[in-house]
Structure formats: structure tokens, C-alpha cells
Design a protein around this ligand. Structure first.
Ligand SMILES: Cc1cc2nc3c(=O)[nH]c(=O)nc-3n(C[C@H](O)[C@H](O)[C@H](O)COP(=O)(O)OP(=O)(O)OC[C@H]3O[C@@H](n4cnc5c(N)ncnc54)[C@H](O)[C@@H]3O)c2cc1C
Length: 474
């Protein structure tokens, strides 16, 4: 492991001057700051926690840390599932939780400027109040938008609207040496030199700290409805994904889930919404499709077309959730997957590979065989519309050491297969610390070296979120 400067009384005093009243140490730091959602990946308390509230504070803190070579990790809400906000080298943890104001709406430019600690839930509600939609819709609504941008979060609506990067017009950042600068602009297009903004989006706090975001909004859709579509087998469900995508239905969301996953979630929520048997045929997999339109007539026209299409493709039924309460029920089961798996297993691990949509069914079949071979319970669901699969490995009986050993073997095989199918390591959760060892397999040595050189250009002392994403040295 790389060697960094420890926090001395002199450094601590300087940090306290840089962020007066916002610096915490020892037992004043809550244990929550030592991990993200995947505690299995390991915990590490920061030596110093700074709950920053302004760009000036963050800049002053970075100047000190850069001078002394103190590692700095930025944390939004800590909902990552890759170990990315865990300060694995100790040092300083900068939390943006109180740096969380919506600064200004620009309705004529259809954009909004915010501080990075604003929660997705709050941003979405504020945009809706103004009659706009902020399209990125990852499952965890209480993540920060700064965290969403730093992981290029995707989510349910990515199939129609794209991911967070498609909604970041401009950012203000603090560089490793404390310099404050801006990338991008509040414009609709750009062909203006290297795209540094998009380099920061998805860089997991390893290149710079995002201190302000100007985000694109769209007009809110007139009306939406969801369809629950059961299938007799997984292949039929997945084959239908491309058919829906290639139609004029243009779904806003297109999710795939296995029956066992739905049952787990419904058991946890104690509410059954998805049909399990239709006319004596057992459902084994489902698609959950959300459709939007300008008005009711257009919506029902699309629903009719979608129903015909899926039934022709082998669906055994179509349930329409066309009221807010029915939609909420349908999506509650989907949104509850992670919580349900956690509640009903003693340990879980996960990969969020992305493969071409045309390869989902073949990949999933191979993945399930790998899970069985490794003696692990596997639960699969995903944003099928964009080929992004969440494969959860879980146990309620194996001892931790054995579970970890089997997961290692299983991931190795799952990632090898994803490479064969032309996929990538992560569709939306990022690389963090735990997936770093697999990255080269997907991008190759040359690209790994390029990434490390980019890191060195932004952060010559390698103090920003060390141990994540890239190699320590070229
Ligand atoms: C139930 C559940 C469902 C989820 N569903 C989805 C989903 O559908 N799609 C999806 O993409 N993800 C999903 N996630 C993962 C997670 O919510 C996202 O990765 C989210 O974007 C993380 O935001 P955060 O504020 O929690 O960031 P954190 O977890 O605190 O940090 C994540 C990374 O961003 C960096 N970071 C945070 N803020 C800044 C900043 N201001 N400047 C620079 N770097 C920063 C951190 O250093 C870290 O590397 C889910 C998680 C859970 C628990």
C-alpha cells in the first residue's frame, strides 16, 4: 500500500482553521462514515471528518492535504455498493451532506444549479414543482446528486433518457491542489477542446471534488403508466426486450426480474402485486415497463400496441398500472429488491455488469450455470432495456470465509463471460476499491495506463480517493 502522511497535531490545527467548527475526530465521528452499503467490502474510519459547507472550505482543506500528502476521500450519502466512499487509507473524509442547497433554477435554459450534497429525492421534487423532470432515476433516492454524478448513476429511466452524465451541463470542482475551476457550461452543445467535465463525471472522486453542478431538466411527461408483464420463462422475457426497444413505444423504463426475486421482495413487503400463475401457466420472469405520453389517448394507444407486442412475443398476461397508487405498488416491489435481499440473507455480494441488449439472455443463462457451479444462491434482475444486470450472490447459511471464497471464484467467471459477450465491468455502480482488480480485464493494459496518467495529471500526489478505480502507478 502507498504511504501517506499521518494527521499530526499541526495538520489538524490547520484543518480546523480551514473549516472552523466542521472538523471532527475520534469518537465524535459516527461509525457510519467507515463504510458504504456493502459493509462486507471492509470498513475504515477516517482520521478526520470534515462536514464541509462551502467551496472555499474544501479548497482550503485540499491545499493543506496536498502540501502534506494526506489522502482525501469525498462522501455524499455513502450509498455506493463498491467501497468507493470508504477512506481505505484513513486521512480526511470530506462529507457534502450539509453542502446541500438548490441554488437557482434557470427555466429558460431548462437547467438548475445545485450544491453537490442535494439529495436526488429533493432535486426531483423541486424540479417537479416547477413542472420539469430531472430524468436520472437511480434506485436509491437518498443518494446525493454529487454522488450520482461521481458514479455516473443510471437507474430506471436510463433506457429512454440516458444516465446522469447526459444531464450535467457544467460543474465547479476543487482540484487536488485546492484550485477552484469550472468545466462545461450551461449550453446545449459543445465542441470546445477536451471534455474535462465528462472526465470528472463517473471518476468516483479520484480526479477532483465536485462543488457545484448545473443540471439539465426536461419538460415533465404528460402522463405515465406501467405494465407488469409475466412470462413463462426467462428467455421469452429477455427476447421481448429488443422487440420493445425497436418499436415506437419508446419505454421510459424496461426492467427485467426473475420470479424468485419478486417473491423475495413481496415477502419482505408483505404485499403481493405480481401474478404468479395465469390460466394454469406459472410465471418465471417478468418485465416491468413504464410508458409515457402527452395525453390519455396517446397513452392508451401505446399501451394497446405494447400489449399486442408482448403477448405476441410470448407473455402470458399484461397488467396495467395506470393510476399513481397502482404504479407505486408495482414499483415498490422492484425498488425493494436490495432491502429484501439484505433482510432475507446473512451476506450478499453483487456485480452490475452491462452487456449488449442482444446478449442478455445468453449471458444470464451462463451466469446462472456459474452460480450453481459455485454453490451460491443467485438473484438476477436489472435494467434490461440497457443491458445492465444486477446479479446478487447471497447466502443465509455459509460461513463468511467460505462465502467470500466462492464469490471470488464466481465473479472471476462472471466477468470473464462478460468480456466474451462484449460487456463491461459496471453499468452504473462504478469500480470503487473492490472491482479495481477486474478493470484491466475489460479495458486492457494500455487504457489502464492512460487512466493512471490522467489521474496523475489531475492529482500528482495521488491523494484523491486513493486505492479506487486506477492503478497507483503506471
Ligand atoms: C437500494 C440501492 C439502490 C441503488 N440503485 C442504483 C441504481 O439504480 N443506479 C445506480 O447507478 N446506482 C444505484 N445505487 C448505488 C448508489 O446509490 C449510487 O452509486 C449513488 O450515485 C451514490 O451516491 P452517494 O451520494 O451515496 O455517493 P457516495 O456513496 O457517498 O460516493 C460514491 C462515490 O462518489 C464520490 N463522491 C461523492 N460525492 C462527491 C463529490 N461531490 N465530488 C467528488 N466525488 C464524490 C465518492 O468519493 C465515491 O467515490 C443504489 C444503491 C442502493 C443502496
Amino acid at each position: 500500500m502507498r504511504k501517506y502522511q499521518e494527521i499530526t497535531p499541526e495538520i489538524l490545527e490547520k484543518l480546523q482553521q480551514a473549516a472552523p467548527g466542521h472538523v471532527y475526530t475520534g469518537s465524535d465521528i459516527n461509525e457510519d462514515y467507515s463504510h458504504d452499503e456493502m459493509e462486507l467490502y471492509g470498513k475504515r474510519m477516517p482520521d478526520v471528518l470534515i462536514i464541509a459547507q462551502s467551496v472555499e472550505e474544501i479548497s482550503a482543506v485540499m491545499k493543506i492535504c496536498n502540501e502534506y500528502h494526506v489522502p482525501v476521500t469525498t462522501r455524499g450519502a455513502g450509498t455506493a455498493e463498491t467501497g468507493s466512499p470508504v477512506p481505505i487509507y484513513g486521512g480526511v473524509l470530506i462529507s457534502t451532506e450539509k453542502f446541500n442547497h438548490i441554488k437557482e433554477f434557470h427555466p429558460d435554459d431548462m437547467s438548475v444549479t445545485i450544491e453537490p450534497g442535494v439529495l436526488l429525492f429533493d432535486l426531483a421534487a423541486a424540479c417537479a414543482e416547477k413542472g420539469f423532470l430531472y430524468p436520472p432515476d437511480p434506485g436509491e433516492k437518498f443518494a446525493t446528486v454529487g454522488g450520482n454524478a461521481s458514479t455516473n448513476a443510471g437507474g430506471m429511466r436510463a433506457v429512454l433518457y440516458g444516465t446522469t452524465k447526459d444531464y450535467v451541463n457544467a460543474i465547479q470542482v476543487v482540484l487536488a491542489d485546492g484550485t477552484i475551476t469550472r468545466f462545461g457550461a450551461d449550453v446545449c452543445k459543445s465542441s470546445t477542446g477536451y471534455n474535462l467535465k465528462d472526465l470528472i463525471v463517473g471518476s468516483e472522486g479520484t480526479l477532483a471534488i465536485i462543488t457545484e453542478l448545473t443540471l439539465k431538466m426536461t419538460p415533465a411527461p404528460g402522463i405515465v403508466a406501467s405494465l407488469i408483464v409475466p412470462f413463462e420463462d426467462m428467455h421469452a422475457a429477455i427476447r421481448t426486450v429488443s422487440k420493445i426497444k425497436n418499436s415506437r413505444i419508446k419505454p421510459q423504463a424496461l426492467e427485467f426480474m426473475e420470479r424468485s426475486m419478486v417473491e423475495m421482495s413481496e415477502k419482505h413487503l408483505q404485499k403481493e402485486v405480481f401474478p404468479k400463475s395465469v390460466g394454469g401457466v406459472e410465471a418465471q420472469a417478468y418485465l416491468l415497463v413504464t410508458i409515457e405520453a402527452d395525453d390519455e389517448d396517446a397513452l392508451y394507444d401505446k399501451i394497446e400496441k405494447a400489449s399486442e407486442l408482448v403477448l405476441e412475443a410470448g407473455a402470458i398476461d399484461v397488467l396495467v398500472a395506470d393510476s399513481p397508487s397502482k404504479m407505486k405498488e408495482a414499483w415498490a416491489a422492484r425498488s425493494g429488491f436490495v432491502e429484501a435481499i439484505k433482510a432475507l440473507s446473512t451476506m450478499i455480494d453483487e456485480c452490475d455488469v452491462v452487456v449488449p441488449v442482444s446478449k442478455i439472455a445468453d449471458y444470464l443463462e451462463e451466469a446462472e450455470a456459474i452460480g450453481e457451479e459455485c454453490g451460491l444462491t443467485m438473484r438476477c434482475y436489472g435494467h434490461a432495456g440497457d443491458g445492465n444486470l444486477h446479479i446478487k450472490l447471497c447466502t443465509d447459511s455459509l460461513p463468511e470465509e467460505e462465502f467470500r471464497r466462492r464469490c471470488e471464484v464466481c465473479f472471476d467467471k462472471l466477468y470473464d463471460k462478460a468480456v466474451v459477450y462484449g460487456g463491461l465491468l459496471s453499468g452504473e455502480h462504478g469500480v470503487g476499491s473492490v472491482k479495481r482488480k477486474y478493470l484491466e480485464r475489460f479495458v486492457g493494459k494500455t487504457n489502464m495506463q492512460l487512466m493512471t496518467r490522467i489521474k496523475q495529471a489531475f492529482d500528482p500526489n495521488m491523494i484523491l480517493n486513493p486505492g479506487k478505480v486506477v492503478y497507483d502507478d503506471v
